[in-house]
Design a protein around this ligand. Structure first.
Ligand code: SAM
Length: 465
C-alpha cells in the first residue's frame, strides 16, 4: 500500500519460514510490501497541533494520526521542536484504540508505567489520553536514550508525565503500585525493515532468541509492580512468534492472567490472533497502511496485597511563589526542589506518589520543571516554555522560520524593535520554542545546549513544502 519503491536486501529465509503458519501471513504479498517505501505518519498534539496537516489523510485508528505522502525534513520544522506533533509509525498508534477499549469506563485515576519508553512515541500518545488525575511514569533504562525520552516528553508538555531511568528490577520493588503496565519490548525489529535497513541486515535467528529471553526477563522483573486486576499491554515491532505469541504463552504458564478481548474493525486490515485462549493483533504491511507491529492486553489475576501510600510530611517551598506566575493556574500545584535547586511543579494529588517514588527511582523529570532562583532573578526552566500549563499571558517574541531555526541552533539573534527587555518566549506560529532574555544590547538564548539542532539545514527551504 505504500507508494514508492524501496530496494531492500532479501528478507531472511529463516524469518519467512518461521512465519509460514502465522495467521495473516501471505509470503508473496508480504515480500512485495517489503519492496515498497515505509509509510510516513505523524500524530498531532491535541492542544498544540490539532490543526496541522489539514490536507493529510487520517490514520483510521487515531483521531489525530495523519499520513504524509512524503517524509519532510522534520528537524527543519520549528513546530516539530515545539511539540506540535510527534513523528510516529501509524501501526503503533493502535495503542490508542486498545487503551480506549480497555479503560473507557475507568472510574478512578490510574498509575501507569511505560517501562521501555524511549524515544517516547507510546508515552506521548498515552499522555494525551490520560486525565490530569492519572500519573504516567515514562521509563527508559538506557541512560543515553533516557535523554531523548526526557526531551520528547518535555516537548509534549504534560505535568503528569514523569520520566525515570531505572532497570525493570527497580519497579519490581514497588509491589502492586501500578494499574497499567505497558511493555513495548526491545525486539529484533523485523516489523521495521522498511524504515531501518540495519534491522534487516542485522537480523539473525540467534538475536530473535536473545530478544525473547530478554523479553521474559523484563516481564518477570517488573511483574510485581502491577496490582491485582491491573492491565499489562505487551507490544513489539517484531513479526517473530518467538517474541510475540510465545511470550504470551510464557505469561499464561508463569502467571495467573486473563487475555483481554478488544474490538478491531475489520476494515482496518489488522490481523486478529486467537490461539489457546489468547488474543492479540498483528499488523502486516501488505494488509494495512503501516509497519509491522504486535499488541496484546492481559489482566493480572494474581492476589496481591493492596498498595497504601506511606505517610509523608508536606514541605512548604517559598521560592516557588516567584515561579508560580508562569503557570496557568498558580494555586493548582505542589512544588518540589531537587538537590540542584531546580523547582518542579506537580499536581497536588500526586504528592503522595512523589514521596513514595522519590526514594526508589531515579526521577529525571518529576512534573514540570519551573527553573531556579538566581540572585534577584528567576531562571525559567525549558520545560516550562513547552508546557501545556504555561501562562499564556507571558511575553512572546513571534519569530519567522529562519529566526526560529537560529534560536533552535543556538545561533545569535537580534531583538526586533519594540521588544521589551527581560524574559520572553521564542514563539513560532503561536507555539513556544524556549526562553530568551532580552538585555540592552544582546539577547541570551536559554535553549538547553544538548537540545539544539546540530545538523546543517538546507537554506530557505520550507521543510513541509
Ligand atoms: N516505546 C518506545 C516508543 O514508542 O517510542 C519504543 C521502545 S523500543 C521498542 C524498546 C526500548 O527498550 C528501547 O528504548 C530500549 O533502549 C529499551 N531496552 C533495551 N533493553 C532493555 C531492558 N533490558 N530492559 C528494559 N528496557 C530495555
Amino acid at each position: 500500500m505504500a507508494s514508492s519503491a524501496n530496494q531492500l536486501p532479501p528478507i531472511p529465509e529463516a524469518l519467512l519460514q518461521s512465519l509460514a503458519s502465522v495467521p495473516g501471513f501471505e509470503r508473496r504479498s508480504f515480500m512485495a510490501a517489503q519492496q515498497q517505501a515505509a509509510v510516513c505518519s505523524v500524530r498531532l498534539h491535541p492542544l498544540k497541533g490539532y490543526d496541522l496537516f489539514p490536507e493529510a489523510a487520517p490514520v483510521p485508528w487515531h483521531p489525530l494520526g495523519r499520513y504524509l505522502d512524503e517524509r519532510p525534513l522534520f528537524t527543519a520544522d520549528p513546530l516539530y521542536h515545539a511539540g506540535a506533533y510527534y513523528v510516529q509509525e501509524a501501526s503503533s498508534m493502535l495503542l490508542h484504540h486498545c487503551w480506549q477499549s480497555i479503560f473507557s469506563e475507568k472510574k478512578t485515576p490510574l498509575r501507569v508505567l511505560d517501562l521501555c519508553a524511549a524515544p517516547g512515541g507510546k508515552s506521548s500518545l498515552l499522555a494525551s489520553l490520560l486525565d490530569e488525575k492519572d500519573l504516567l511514569i515514562s521509563n527508559e533504562v538506557i541512560r543515553s536514550r533516557a535523554g531523548i525520552l526526557h526531551e520528547n516528553m518535555s516537548r509534549w508538555g504534560y505535568t503528569n508525565t514523569w520520566v525515570t531511568s531505572n532497570d525493570p528490577r527497580d519497579f519490581g520493588r514497588l509491589p502492586g503500585y501500578f494499574d497499567a503496565l505497558l511493555i513495548d519490548a526491545p525486539c529484533s525489529g523485523s516489523g521495521l525493515f522498511r524504515k531501518d535497513v540495519r534491522a534487516l541486515t542485522g537480523w539473525t535467528e540467534a538475536n530473535v532468541s536473545l530478544c525473547a529471553s530478554r523479553q521474559k526477563r523484563i516481564i518477570a522483573d517488573a511483574w510485581p509492580c502491577l496490582k491485582e486486576g491491573g492491565v499489562l499491554i505487551y507490544a513489539t515491532c517484531s513479526f517473530s512468534p518467538e517474541e510475540d505469541e510465545d511470550i504470551l504463552r510464557y505469561l499464561t504458564m508463569e502467571y495467573p492472567v486473563a487475555s483481554i478481548a478488544m474490538d478491531m474493525p475489520a476494515a482496518w486490515g489488522v490481523t486478529p490472533i486467537e490461539a489457546n485462549g489468547l488474543r492479540a493483533f498483528r499488523c502486516f504491511p501488505d494488509r494495512m497502511r503501516g509497519e509491522g507491529f504486535f499488541i496484546a492486553a492481559l489482566r493480572k489475576e494474581e492476589p496481591a496485597a493492596p498498595f497504601f501510600y506511606p505517610r509523608f510530611r508536606k514541605a512548604a517551598l517559598k521560592k516557588a511563589d516567584e515561579a508560580a506566575r508562569y503557570l496557568l493556574k498558580p494555586g493548582n500545584y505542589a512544588f518540589q526542589e531537587d538537590p540542584r535547586q531546580q523547582v518542579s511543579a506537580i499536581y497536588p494529588w500526586h504528592e503522595p506518589d512523589f514521596h513514595f517514588l522519590d526514594g526508589s527511582l531515579y526521577l529525571r523529570r518529576c512534573g514540570l520543571n519551573l527553573g531556579q532562583a538566581a540572585q534577584k532573578d528567576w531562571i525559567p526552566g525549558h520545560d516550562l516554555a513547552l508546557s501545556i500549563d504555561q501562562n499564556e499571558a507571558l511575553p512572546k517574541w513571534p519569530m519567522s522560520q529562519s529566526e526560529a531555526l537560529n534560536f533552535l541552533k543556538k545561533e545569535s539573534l537580534e531583538a526586533p524593535v519594540g521588544i521589551a527587555k527581560g524574559w520572553c518566549l521564542a514563539s513560532y506560529k503561536g507555539r513556544s520554542l524556549g526562553w530568551l532574555k532580552v538585555l540592552g544590547n544582546r539577547v541570551n538564548n536559554y535553549l538547553p545546549k544538548g537540545w539544539r539542532i546540530r545538523m546543517d539545514l538546507p537554506e530557505d527551504e520550507d521543510p513541509l513544502a
